[in-house]
Design a protein around this ligand. Structure first.
Ligand SMILES: [Zn+2]
Length: 286
């Protein structure tokens, strides 16, 4: 599943590719992928021009001007493939089918532009969606996400309050709760907790003030660094230009089980926590 840095990478590339383009047509082949309904998505989007592509948490937010927007969530297996008129492809999200012909049986929403380029939303498991939204609906969708590590609302005070409100929750699961803090997924939760020297299995309520401060500081730093590297290619992710995300060599614990801790020389362990593979150093994370 793409995380915030990966979604930000797709968003940046979509801004370069589709901003200013006019939507000629929208085709939908799976009712579930198009919301609120295929008809609304098609009728409301046709003829509109892309003003900007933004992001809130892991949701992609396409501004069509006026009271019109398209929201996209890739969820587990969603993928966006932009095909220029020349046939050159750029893709982001789930890597399966990148090299295949388009459209394919997973191309559930197809947005074509008047210049001959096309944006395909492919999704194997159909958990993802492409949604038409008015400005109000868009605002409501954005509000479902908690504070963003890059927002001005992301303050030590607010961060501390989030932790204090769920003292019994395991700290890693709390970090991954999108309604509390937006955009931290499995990879960056593990990396942030390693950086702050906190065991992922700790109860949030057991964190000392110094640890809360440290965690608060490392989260945006790690996400920013990952964005600068184009994200991580682990899980189901490839960068939207087809290359693998450049963050992989910089990961300290994620995907390194059995390897040596770069900080203390201990051995990185992997356990399951809330159904997710969780990586940590038992020696220097407390
Ligand atoms: Zn260590």
């Amino acid at each position: 599943m793409p995380e915030l840095p990966e979604v930000q990478t797709i968003v940046s590339e979509l801004n370069r590719k589709i901003k200013g383009k006019k939507i000629k047509d929208v085709k939908v082949d799976a009712t579930r992928s198009a919301q609120p309904s295929p008809k609304v998505l098609i009728d409301k989007s046709k003829g509109k021009t892309i003003k900007a592509v933004k992001r809130r948490g892991k949701m992609i937010d396409i501004d069509l001007g006026g009271d019109h927007n398209i929201l996209i969530h890739l969820k587990m297996t969603g993928q966006l493939v932009y095909v220029a008129k020349s046939g050159k492809k750029i893709s982001g999200g789930h890597p399966i089918g990148v090299v295949g012909a388009l459209p394919n049986k997973f191309s559930h929403v197809i947005i074509s532009f008047t210049d001959g380029s096309v944006l395909y939303f492919n999704d194997i498991r159909k958990f993802g969606w492409v949604k038409y939204a008015s400005n109000l609906e868009r605002e409501l969708a954005r509000q479902k996400f908690g504070v963003e590590p890059f927002d001005k609302e992301y303050t030590l005070e607010n961060f501390r309050a989030i932790i204090k409100r769920s003292p019994k929750k395991k700290i890693k699961q709390l970090l991954m709760d999108q309604q509390k803090i937006a955009g931290i997924g499995n990879i960056y939760a593990d990396e942030s907790l390693f950086a702050a020297k906190i065991l992922p299995t700790r109860r949030a309520g057991s964190l000392k003030e110094k640890e809360i401060k440290e965690l608060f500081t490392v989260i945006p730093r790690i996400l920013k660094f990952a964005i600068s590297k184009g994200g991580t290619s682990a899980d189901n992710y490839v960068r939207s230009n087809g290359t693998k995300g450049g963050m992989m060599p910089y990961l300290k614990v994620y995907g390194r089980e059995g390897e040596k801790c770069r900080r203390c020389g201990g051995t990185i362990k992997k356990v399951r926590l809330g159904g997710r593979g969780t990586h940590y150093c038992p020696k220097c994370q407390k």
